[in-house]
Each structure stands twice: as structure tokens, then as C-alpha cells.
Write a protein that binds this ligand. Structure first.
Ligand SMILES: Cc1cc2nc3c(=O)[nH]c(=O)nc-3n(C[C@H](O)[C@H](O)[C@H](O)COP(=O)(O)O)c2cc1C
Length: 379
């Protein structure tokens, strides 16, 4: 992996060159006018540090704990579906890179690879992300499989009662079922490196769902079936139901309101993930960094808060910690690395974020990731 990749933005450019337009847009795009997608990064950029000097920056401790486990950096990889479309190794490569960097990864229900194979590839601090399906028995069986395989936390995603309207995907025919046109064929042919890597792996699938509802491993049939199974009727009672199924840490992902944070914790969640799904769902939802202070006030130290959506820099991680998060997740940033260089590319992204976080910690006068000063940002 070339050392010339100095930032996540550099890896994004490499991903855009490497991936067919339809796959890049699936990874990179947001819902509707992408107002929230832009706000996620713009609102991080608008925050300013209030640096302190002469604090002895010779020993900056970047490691911390999350859900009771030591982690090397206050970061984890977000759950993402269909990573096998970016590189055939998909989630296996992401999990190996996360393990090498000493951070957790959450595996999506809609992952290309089955949860057992991912745990085999990178045994360690893996979390499983669940969508609650209409077929509760199947949802329950996924939870049991995750427990049996050794997953250490369950993440339930609650912001998908409808699929967000991602217009780039519609234009590109990247829909369920897909719409193949002359344009998509030309798009694929213009990305021969991607095509050559994918060709021997034509059997794309949704590894966790194979066999469900009488479906075989055909990715189109499985995705179509999964879409009919997304339950728009989920409510707080389902969180109670899930809590009863799972005895390890439970995180609720997709919280943007302080009252919802309180309710989730009152019902037994161990932590919350402040997320707008990377701007892929409700366009016009607030950026996560803008609502974090109110949510942190409401939680008042009673549980750990994780934040995702828009994290592209080590400085963003520090900004989130200063406003009350314990750690951040990265979604797209990890996939840019995966596209650009497979497992080594993901490791490069994690190394870049680690270095930037260290610089931001030292230059703001912070010494420990576990105890970032609240006055790290200008009021
Ligand atoms: C390609 C892609 C697929 C995703 N699939 C899922 C998913 O299956 N489950 C889920 O909870 N979130 C999913 N997400 C959202 C991420 O978990 C995360 O919330 C988001 O990517 C964070 O924003 P960022 O991409 O700006 O870092 C997906 C995101 C991307 C980019």
C-alpha cells in the first residue's frame, strides 16, 4: 500500500478510480439531495479546537475501553452490507484489518460473508448487527448463531423502517432487483481491475441469510426477500424482546433524539450509537455531531455513547470524544480503503486515522483518549 496515500480523502479518490460507478455510488452516496450526507462532514469541519500547550505530550495514550474491553483506539468499523461487491474478501478483510489494529468491527446482517466465516477469519472483538425481520424466528436464529460463534455485542439498527431513497442507485440501476442497461455494462467494462478480481467470485451472496425462506444463495433473490422482511412495525416492545434474547452488551444504532437515548437505556440497552446511517436514510436528518451534546446531556454518563456518520479524520474522533462520545465508528472510510487496497488498504485507513488522532490529541494538550478534556473545543 503506497505511503503516498496521506488521507482518507486520497483513498476515496483511489476507490472512485477502482470501482465501477454503480458500486462507488452505492458506497459513497446518500439519500435524496444528500443534505445530511454533506452536513455530516461539514459540521465536523466547522468545529474549532481550543488547544492547550506545555502539557507534556511525550506519552499520549490512544487506547481506551469500550463495553468493558480494551481497544487500541476509540474507533470501530461500522456494520455494512454487501462489502463483497467492493472486494471479494469483503468483510473478511475488514475484520482482519480491525483485529490487526486492535479495534472492534460490527458485522452486518446483510454482509456478503456469513458471520461464522468472519469469526473464523478474525477471531476477536466482533459485534453482530441485527435488522429485526418480520420473521422473528429467523431474527432470533441469527442472534443465537452470533452468540454461538462468539460475537461479543449485539447492535440493533432501528433507522430502517423504510429504505432511504438513494437516487444515484436508482439512476445506476443499482436496485433490487438490479436493472442492467448498456450503460451499466460499459461502466463495468471500464473498470477491468475490479472486474478481473470479481470474475472468479460471481457467486455474490448474503452469507447470513442463505437458505432463509427457501431461498438459495442467489444474491438478487435473497435481497428481494430480505426487503420484504424489513419490519416497518418495530417498536420499543421489540427492544424488550431482543434484550431477553441476548445476555451480552446490546447497542441501539440510529439514535438522534435525547428522549430515544433515555428510553433505549431504560429498556436495558448497554449503549447507544448516535447515527444517521451515514446520510443514507432520512435526508434532512441532523448531522450526528450536532446532536451529540444534547444526547450526552440526556445520557449523563449512564452508558457509553458511540457516534458514526461523517468521521473522516482523526481530529473528528477527538471532536466526538470532546462532546461526549466514548468512541466512533467508520463506515465509508473503511470501504474506501478496502476498494483501494483490500485488507492492506483498510489497514492504511486505520493507520492514517490513528496518526491523525495522535497529532490532534497532542496538539490540543490531551493525554488520554479515555479522559478527553471537555474544553478541548471552543465553546
Ligand atoms: C455501503 C454501506 C452499507 C451499509 N449497510 C449497513 C447495514 O447493513 N446495517 C447498518 O446498520 N448500517 C449500514 N450502513 C451504515 C453504517 O453502519 C454507518 O452507520 C455509516 O456508514 C456511518 O457513516 P460514514 O459512512 O459516514 O462513516 C451502511 C453504510 C454503507 C456505506
Amino acid at each position: 500500500m503506497s505511503a503516498a496515500y496521506a488521507s482518507v480523502d486520497d483513498l476515496r479518490r483511489a476507490a472512485r478510480d477502482y470501482l465501477p460507478r454503480m458500486v462507488f455510488d452505492f458506497v459513497d452516496g446518500g439519500a435524496e439531495r444528500e443534505i445530511t450526507l454533506r452536513a455530516n462532514t461539514a459540521d465536523f469541519e466547522s468545529l474549532r479546537f481550543s488547544p492547550r500547550v506545555l502539557t507534556d505530550a511525550s506519552q499520549v495514550e490512544l487506547g481506551t475501553t469500550l463495553l468493558g474491553e480494551p481497544i487500541a483506539l476509540p474507533l470501530a468499523i461500522a456494520p455494512m452490507g454487501l462489502c463483497g461487491l467492493v472486494r471479494p474478501q469483503g468483510e473478511l478483510a475488514l475484520a482482519r484489518a480491525a483485529k490487526a489494529a486492535g479495534i472492534p468491527m460490527a458485522l452486518s446482517t446483510a454482509a456478503s460473508h456469513a458471520l461464522e466465516s468472519v469469526m473464523d477469519a478474525a477471531p476477536g472483538n466482533l459485534w453482530f448487527q441485527l435488522y429485526i425481520f418480520r420473521d422473528r424466528e429467523f431474527a432470533k436464529s441469527l442472534v443465537q448463531r452470533a452468540r454461538a460463534a462468539g460475537y461479543r455485542a449485539l447492535v440493533v439498527t432501528v433507522d430502517l423502517t423504510r429504505g432511504g431513497k438513494r437516487e444515484k442507485d436508482i439512476h445506476n440501476g443499482f436496485t433490487v432487483p438490479p436493472r442492467f442497461t448498456r450503460r451499466t455494462a460499459v461502466d463495468l467494462l471500464r473498470h477491468p481491475r475490479w472486474l478481473a478480481r470479481m470474475a472468479p467470485h460471481r457467486g455474490q451472496t448474503l452469507g447470513n441469510l442463505v437458505g432463509w425462506g427457501g431461498q438459495d444463495s442467489n444474491v438478487v433473490a435473497l435481497s428481494t426477500f430480505m426487503n420484504t422482511q424489513i419490519d416497518p412495525g418495530i417498536s420499543w416492545a421489540d427492544l424488550d424482546w431482543l434484550r431477553a434474547q441476548w445476555d451480552l452488551p446490546l447497542l441501539v444504532k440510529g439514535i438522534l433524539h435525547p428522549e430515544d437515548a433515555r428510553e433505549a437505556l431504560a429498556r436495558g440497552a448497554d449503549g447507544i450509537i448516535v447515527s444517521n446511517h451515514g446520510g443514507r436514510q432520512l435526508d434532512g436528518a441532523p448531522s450526528t455531531i450536532s446532536v451529540l451534546p444534547r444526547i450526552a446531556d440526556a445520557v449523563d454518563g449512564a452508558a457509553e455513547i458511540i457516534l458514526d456518520s461523517g468521521v473522516r479524520r482523526g481530529a473528528d474522533i477527538l471532536k466526538a470524544l470532546a462532546l461526549g462520545a466514548r468512541a466512533c465508528l467508520i463506515g465509508k472510510a473503511a470501504l474506501y480503503g478496502l476498494a483501494a487496497g483490500g485488507e492492506a488498504g483498510v489497514m492504511r485507513v486505520l493507520a492514517i486515522l490513528r496518526q491523525e488522532f495522535d497529532v490532534a490529541m497532542a496538539l490540543t494538550g490531551n493525554q488520554r483518549a479515555a479522559a478527553v478534556r471537555a474544553d478541548t473545543l471552543l465553546a
